[in-house]
Design a protein. Structure first.
Length: 201
């Protein structure tokens, strides 16, 4: 079942009562051209200490879960794969994929010990399909790390800064990730407010 939980001047927000995902209906998604234009405004790089510090909130607990010298994928790496560089410095190998900036689909034909998906799942136009693909790419025992802001309660949703970005169309809660773990056979660990580690059985 689907219910409308909020409407602002640009778009409505629906919630699935089964998996608790909040999402923007397809007819209100911005074009890929508009989406890229928004991404291009970001100036994330290796020399931006604030951005590197932000990514370390993800990479530190993520790397603690990885055995030595694993092969992984940075899914949604963006134009400057800063996270991949951080992970590679710990002795791992990282392939890159981004539908806008690194659209080499051959990397989606391999299997990986780990997948990092930071600040990307909120852009998923079809989350069910995308998470199915991610878990298919992951080897048994593999680790999927996600970084995204999570919803807390419906009352606060209307004033949440995260929905002001028109490229953000899928919003997750702890309940949503618990549901995903059950569906795809993975344990779920929450680290702080925005890091989720899913270990495939």
């Amino acid at each position: 079942m689907i219910t409308v939980i909020h409407q602002d001047r640009l778009r409505p927000y629906h919630r699935c009562l089964h998996c608790f995902l909040i999402f923007v209906p397809r007819g209100f998604h911005v074009t890929l051209k508009r989406e890229k234009a928004e991404y291009d405004l970001h100036e994330n790089s290796h020399v931006d200490e604030g951005y590197v510090r932000f990514l370390r909130r993800f990479s530190t607990p993520f790397l603690l879960r990885l055995p030595a010298r694993r092969q992984g994928l940075d899914f949604g790496c963006g134009p400057s794969p800063v996270l991949a560089t951080i992970i590679e410095k710990s002795g791992h190998r990282v392939a890159l994929y981004d539908p806008v900036y690194q659209n080499d689909r051959s990397v989606l034909e391999a299997k990986y010990d780990f997948i990092a998906a930071t600040e990307v799942v909120e852009h998923f136009r079809n989350p069910e399909q995308e998470f199915f693909r991610l878990f298919e790419l992951l080897l048994p025992g593999g680790l999927l790390g996600v970084m995204t802001k999570m919803t807390r309660d419906i009352a606060a949703f209307a004033t949440w800064h995260y929905i002001r970005d028109v490229t953000h169309i899928s919003f997750y809660s702890r309940e949503t990730f618990t549901y995903l773990g059950n569906v795809f056979g993975a344990s779920v660990t929450f680290v702080g407010d925005d890091v989720i580690l899913l270990q495939k059985y």
